[in-house]
Structure formats: C-alpha cells, structure tokens
Design a protein around this ligand. Structure first.
Ligand SMILES: [Zn+2]
Length: 472
C-alpha cells in the first residue's frame, strides 16, 4: 500500500520536462520498453507508463531514449568549441587528459569548469608521458628518469589524484624512455585508491602485440585497473585477432581488462611526435601520400617528402591523419564485450573547421554504420558501450543508466536517421554536425533542443573523485 501511495504521489507531481512514449533503453537492466520519463531538477524523477504532468512535453514516439554518452577517451581539455561538437553527437560526459597529456593543475581546471559552466560534464586524468615527465625536468622523451625523478612524479600525481583526477594516463609511444619502474610506481599509486590507468601503448603497427602485453602486465603486476587506449588505432593494422587473444588470455586467468576504441581506421596525431619518427613508413608499410594534413595552412593536402620535412621542422604541432588501419578491424574490436566506444577526438583541433571527423561523428557513426547498416552491434550493445560500460569503469555511479534517481543525462535520437556527416579535411567537413540526434539533456537541462544546439546552456559539471584507500 505504502509503495502504491508513493508512486501515486510521484505520478501526480509536476515535472520540469517529460519525455513521452519513447523507446527507452536502460543498458544497466537490459530493459527496452515504451515509457515516459519525468525529469525534475538534475535527476530522473520517474520512468513509468502513466501520464505525467509538465509544461514541457517531448514526443519521443519511435525515438530511442537512452543515457547520455560517456566518452572515456578524448582531448577536449576544457575547450568550449569541442564540447559543443560533442554534445551534438550525444555526449553528456567526456573524460580528457588521455595519452599522457592534458590539463594541469587539476584543481584549477575542474574549478573553472564549475565556475564558468560547460555544455557537458567533464573529468580528467593526470597525464604522465608529456606532463609529469616534463614537470620533473625530463626534457627528452627517450630519457629514463632517476629514482628521484620517479619519486617527484609520484608526488605530483598523488596531489593531482587528491584534487579529483580520475586516474593517471600513459602515452608510452610518445615517451619511449619510460621505464618499468617508473610505470609501476605510478600504477601502484593509482591502484592504492582504485583509480584507473588508461594506456596509449608503446607501439602501434607490428610492435603493438608486445606493447599490448606490456599493458596487460601493468594490471597483473600492480592491481591497477588499466584501460587500453584506442585499441584500433594501436592494433588495427592487421593484427587485431592476435591482439584480442592477448586480452582474452588475461580473462581466462581471471583478470578483467577493458579497452576503448573508435569508429574510424585512420588515426590523428601531431606530425612532430614520436609516431612519425625515423622509419615510420616502414612501420606502417605506407607512403607519404597515406597521411593527410588535418590542421594549419596545408589542411586537406596529402603529405609528400618535402611537405613532411617542412612541417616537422617548422610546425610540429600540425595535426596529421594517417590512413594506415584496416576498416574491418574497427568492427572486430567494437564487437568485443570488454570494448567501450571512444572518440580520441579533439586532439590539437580546438577551432571550427579543423581536426578529424571523429571529433563530431564518432557516436552517430556507431549507430548509423555498425548498428543500422552493418548489423554488427545490437542497439542494446551499442548503447551499453557508449554509456554503462564506461560509467562502471570510471565509477560514475549515477550515470550510464535510466531509472529513478539517475542523473538526468539523456539522449533522444531517431534510430532510422541518426547519421554522422563529418569527414576528413580534403574530403568533407571534419566538424560537420550529425543528424537525427534531437534532444540531449545534461543534468536535467536540454543543451540540444529539437536538433538545435543551445549555445547558452552550460549545465555541465566537473567530474571529481577524491582519494579513498581501496579495500574490499
Ligand atoms: Zn593516444
């Protein structure tokens, strides 16, 4: 009786927004059903089939209504323009500071998100391979640190985790001098508080198998929960099957290891980085022409020998996209139950019109191509990979699910028309807005309304985690 009264009370309340008759998907309970959702403040007040009261009702008939997407791996770094592109593709929470670089100091970064406001929720990692190493005076990426420098890195990382960083990210490919001692010291620190360690591996291409094994060993030797970063960009050059079997072997031994992976087979990074160091064409078995300039005055041009040397010497921060991956391995990776969707987007592209199509197309592409056109993922699987799987990994307890008390981070999209329209510079517009994503709520506030971005809506919050000693 008591419960019935409670439900009656809730049903007769007035809600701030009601999303009616949608095809509601809750990946936490694997529920897909027709229902109405009442939003009150920043939370979901109720999910029911009863009529709900509100001045603002959204008709979601034939639309998917699911939790907002959580991007576990991007490089937004607090840039408003990127966040606006992300919310248009349904992302309501994005985690930055990946690949060993990102915002610092952590407290100032997170405080600014809260005081200035932001379109989406934004959390960060503390980056090791560029940031911590530079802070302790390691000027050269091939140098190994001294004991003293390792101790200093641990000290700064400890402070950053205390200030709310969600973990420590490694970009080992960019800092080949990183030693096991250095990595394990940081991994043990993160493990102490059960914070996470996303790792961009030491090598892509043919070196990627040994590099993947190194990541698995970090978890097995220190207990830290690792996240293999952009699996396809590292291991999707013809060695995906072997790579997956390394991860599966860990599962057979009882270790749970996760990876994030995107929707594209051509990765983007800075031309001056270690990725394009001596021998890169042999490593990728490719030509200069397989690499496209994605920012700056030469944007849209294919590389040639002269342009390559000119950019490396004069403009090493130029973003380049390398068409060196296997398209079918993108799908193979995403089909694994331990792989979540990530964009790896916004690296070095914080201005309109630049960058990689992943910056504006990753999530709609997953639903357009891999769900609707290829039938490679079910709708439920795809939603889970974009929501509850990353939420659980990062311990975002109120996110990634639909139900009473969950954060009102919600996406409403048309499964028959959701489409990415962004394309590589030189072939199309890298940050063109997707279609078919009609409403995006962040903390109960619509940032995308009727497919239009509200540029003034800043309901996003900093995502912080304090240090708590891990115990079972
Ligand atoms: Zn990376």
């Amino acid at each position: 009786m008591k419960e019935k009264q409670d439900v009656d009370d809730i049903v007769h309340q007035k809600f701030d927004y009601v999303i009616e008759n949608g095809n509601v998907i809750d990946p936490k309970s694997h529920l897909r059903t027709i229902a109405n959702i009442g939003i009150k403040g920043d939370k979901i007040g109720i999910v029911t089939r009863e009529n709900l009261l509100s001045d603002i009702k959204i008709d979601a008939k034939n639309k998917i209504v699911c939790p907002g997407f959580i991007d576990p791996h991007c490089h937004i770094d607090g840039y408003l323009y990127n966040a606006q592109c992300y919310v248009k593709m349904g992302v309501t929470t994005a985690i930055t500071g990946n690949c060993g670089f990102g915002p610092y100091p952590i407290k100032a970064f997170l405080d600014k998100i809260d005081s200035r406001g932001f379109p989406i929720n934004h959390g960060t990692l503390i980056g090791h391979s560029f940031d911590l190493r530079k802070m302790v005076g390691l000027g050269n990426s091939t140098m190994a640190p001294t004991e003293n420098e390792i101790a200093k890195m641990v000290e700064i990382a400890q402070e950053s985790l205390e200030e709310g960083a969600l973990g420590i990210s490694l970009g080992l490919e960019y800092a080949p001098g990183s030693t096991q001692k250095e990595i394990y010291a940081l991994a043990r620190l993160a493990a102490k508080y059960d914070k996470v360690m996303p790792v961009h591996s030491r090598s892509d291409g043919w070196g990627s198998l040994a590099a993947l094994q190194e990541i698995v060993s970090i978890q097995q030797e220190t207990g830290v929960r690792v996240l293999i970063s952009h699996l396809t960009y590292q291991n999707g050059m013809g060695m995906m099957k072997e790579s997956l079997s390394i991860i599966e072997k860990a599962y057979e031994q009882g270790f749970e290891i996760y990876a994030d992976s995107g929707a594209y087979h051509a990765f983007a990074t800075f031309i001056g980085s270690e990725v394009f160091c001596k021998g890169w064409r042999e490593k990728y078995q490719c030509q200069y022409e397989d690499v496209m300039v994605s920012s700056g005055q030469h944007m849209g041009k294919r590389l040639n020998e002269a342009l390559f040397h000119e950019l490396v010497e004069n403009d090493p921060k130029t973003l380049c996209t390398a068409f060196v991956g296997c398209p079918h391995e993108v799908v193979e990776a995403l089909q694994q139950p331990y792989v979540m969707v990530s964009s790896d987007g916004a690296v070095g592209s914080h201005q309109p019109g630049t960058g990689h199509p992943q910056d504006a197309g990753t999530y709609p592409k997953v639903f357009r191509k891999f769900v609707r056109q290829m039938n490679a993922l079910t709708m439920m699987e795809a939603v889970a990979k974009c929501t509850i799987i990353p939420a659980k990994f990062f311990k975002l307890e109120n996110k990634g699910w639909i139900g009473t008390g969950a954060d009102a981070d919600i996406v409403v999209f048309d499964p028959n028309s959701i489409t990415d329209t962004s394309d590589y510079a030189g072939m199309g517009i890298p940050d063109a807005s997707p279609e078919g994503i009609e409403w995006v709520f962040v903390n109960g506030c619509p940032v995308v309304k009727n497919s239009e971005l509200d540029e003034n809506a800043m309901p996003g919050r900093a995502v912080r985690q304090k240090n708590k000693i891990w115990r079972v």
